[in-house]
Design a protein around this ligand. Structure first.
Ligand code: SP5
Ligand code: ZN
Length: 342
């Protein structure tokens, strides 16, 4: 399997995040991607390709144009304002406020375009976001050209980013971008299988009223887990999209056997849907030693995930999302891919 990777992710480093009352170094750090790349190499998964540059048109098919145009301006505006540290929001237009009027100050704009303070900018962030987007589309092209699968080693991740907001370490929703790109290239039906520990709220929001992209999410129950405000089992899609969104919220402490039942059900739905291509939002923060998560998957479980997905017999694009147990992230993420290859 080919991997697409860009070293430009590394400019997104040193960002801080707000956790339980403290501003701490971000869990989403450059070493994550480097450990995965090293494991791709040591396992001889296949060649590692550099991405090609893409215009932002494909991003604007799933994100609002004003949101995408805002992203490259964040760091320059933050600098211009003379603010220190990482660019992050501190106020949000929640219930009872005007979510329809765009303020003019950069710190307020960040709140206007965010669900939380979890997608923070430093100097190299925009270039990293753009490279992650290019990685996703380049890997999508590999599968479109006839390969059975490819691995988009995206960093930063994407699945918390919605049509007009960032959050949860995510800026552009790479999985949503490539799913839409496959539709635009002629695929009739695309399935997105999100196995990251956290609910992919952005992906759900983007496709919620559509029946041409099936969205399945396996994740920590939002009653007790980030992103809290989406991801319940009764969210099944709306309008034309009713019945084309499936959530599998699971309790803290969920072990492999229980998690695997959800995977089995989700895979059956992908097969019944008749998808032309599967996009896997590949997070490995379901791992027992993940520092911010509560599931109990072991390293030996990840190849089984890949093997089950392979059984679908469909063209498959793996898009990297979360996973914060840095030492084991390569073993677990590449474990899925080698399990897929059989
Ligand atoms: C892509 C992805 O996996 N995003 C995850 C965003 C999670 N943001 C909330 C982090 C909450 C951290 N809680 C830390 C508890 C440490 N003991
Ligand atoms: Zn996650």
């Amino acid at each position: 399997m080919k991997t697409v990777f860009s070293p430009l992710h590394a400019g997104h480093s040193g960002q801080m995040e707000l956790v339980a009352g403290a501003i701490v170094p971000g869990f989403e750090k450059p070493s994550r991607a480097e450990y995965i790349k090293a494991r791709v190499e040591s396992e001889k998964l296949g060649p590692i390709l550099a991405p090609t540059e893409h215009s932002l048109d494909a991003a604007k098919r799933v994100h609002r144009a004003d949101y995408i145009d805002f992203l490259p301006t964040v760091w320059p505006l933050w600098q211009e304002a003379g603010f220190p540290g990482s660019a992050m929001p501190f106020t949000w237009p929640t219930r009872g406020m005007r979510g329809d009027v765009r303020p003019s100050r950069i710190d307020a704009l960040l709140g206007y375009y965010s669900i939380d303070a979890g997608a923070t900018f430093v100097e190299g962030t925009w270039k990293a976001i753009k490279s992650s987007y290019d990685v996703g589309l380049t890997a999508a092209e590999v599968v479109k050209a006839g390969e059975r699968s490819a691995f988009a080693l995206c960093r930063p991740p994407g699945h918390h980013a919605g049509s007009a907001f960032m959050g949860g370490y995510c800026f552009i929703n790479n999985a949503a971008v490539v799913a839409q790109w496959y539709r635009d290239q002629g695929a009739a039906r695309v399935a997105i299988l999100d196995v990251d520990y956290h609910h992919g709220n952005g992906t759900q929001e983007i496709f919620y009223e559509r029946d041409d992209v099936l969205v399945l999410n396996l994740h920590g129950d939002p009653m007790t887990e980030y992103p809290f405000f989406l991801g319940h089992a009764d969210e099944r899609g709306a309008g034309k999209g009713e019945g084309f969104n499936h959530n599998y919220p699971m309790a803290p402490g969920t072990p492999w056997d229980k998690w695997n039942e959800a995977l089995e059900d989700a895979c059956k739905k992908v097969a019944a849907y008749g998808a032309d291509v599967v996009v896997v939002s590949l997070g490995v923060d379901t791992f027992e030693k993940d520092p911010i998560s509560q599931f109990k998957l072991k390293s030996e479980d990840y190849p089984k995930i890949g093997a089950r997905i392979a059984k679908l017999g469909l063209p498959t694009l793996f898009v990297m999302e979360g996973g914060y147990a840095v030492e084991e992230i390569g073993i677990n993420a590449v474990g899925v891919l080698t399990g897929f290859e059989g």
